[in-house]
Ligand binder design. Structure first.
Ligand code: PEP
Length: 254
């Protein structure tokens, strides 16, 4: 399986020109990738231009940061999976903690997840605890969040499911503040166990697990190598094309 490194630009950058410069910088490295897939998730407003820049680059893909659970209708401000696909997107991030903090519920994430998978998008569902307590309550939280966010998926669409484990307490900090790879490894195994409980071992074992939370050039290689994950979801550091390119190279060299 190729490693998957996803850039979540969030509500950045401020102008189309800056977006273009960042993507052009990343593309210089992405054209050389063989064992790694880079996925750029810009704000929708930069989608069309990003699609043109990506062109036919083999291992560089376009993704959305959110989607609605229907394809058309009176849903002001929403964007549908069909629109994402028609605009060149093949990935979508759902249930990011920043969206959940704005009021998105597990039920909404579940509806979006099931519909985006049905529409054939590679669907990245984010889960992660707010705090890692000594008693292990975070494990119960993670299990419940996974079950509730995935409860509407039909087994036949599971092949495009990707889980991004993002401990909220580790998001948006420095490389040294990321979760230690050994802890990531333990949690990735736990997530696989929960997926197997829901869907059966054969069906769930192929879902890639990504880590997100202060991943940067200092820790990218180690997290992938020793963290037992298939790639990374990268926030603020993906806006720096040099740093993000170094992360792609680290993944490629594993
Ligand atoms: C994120 O918010 O998805 C994320 C991983 O952010 P950061 O890399 O900035 O911690």
């Amino acid at each position: 399986m190729k490693k998957i490194i996803i850039a979540n630009w969030k509500m950045n950058p401020a102008s189309a020109k800056e977006a273009e410069n960042i993507l052009n910088g990343i593309k210089k490295t992405a054209v050389k990738l063989k064992k790694t897939q880079a996925v750029i998730c810009p704000p929708f407003i930069y989608f069309e231009n990003s699609r043109k820049i990506i062109g036919e680059t083999a291992n560089l893909f376009l993704g959305a940061q959110n989607s609605f659970w229907q394809n058309e209708g009176a849903f002001t401000g929403e964007t549908s999976p069909e629109m994402i696909k028609n605009s060149g997107g093949s990935y979508v991030i759902l249930g990011h903690s920043e969206r959940r903090a704005l009021g998105e519920t597990d039920e909404m994430v579940a509806r979006k997840t099931s519909f985006c998978l049905k529409m054939g998008l590679k669907t990245v569902v984010c889960v992660g605890e707010k705090v890692r307590d000594e008693q292990g309550d975070y494990l119960v939280f993670l299990r419940d969040e996974l079950r509730a966010s995935l409860n509407k998926i039909q087994k036949k669409f599971l092949k495009n499911l990707i889980i991004a484990y993002e401990p909220i307490w580790a998001i948006g900090k420095k490389d040294a503040d990321a979760m230690p790879p050994s802890d990531i490894h333990g949690t990735a195994i736990y997530i696989k166990k929960i997926l197997s409980e829901i869907y059966g071992r054969e069906n769930a074992s192929s879902a890639p697990i990504l880590y997100g939370g202060s991943a940067g050039k200092e820790n990218a290689g180690e997290i992938i190598k020793n963290g037992g994950v298939d790639g990374l979801l990268v926030g603020h550091q993906s806006l720096n094309p040099e740093i993000f390119s170094e992360m792609l190279i680290s993944a490629e060299n594993i």
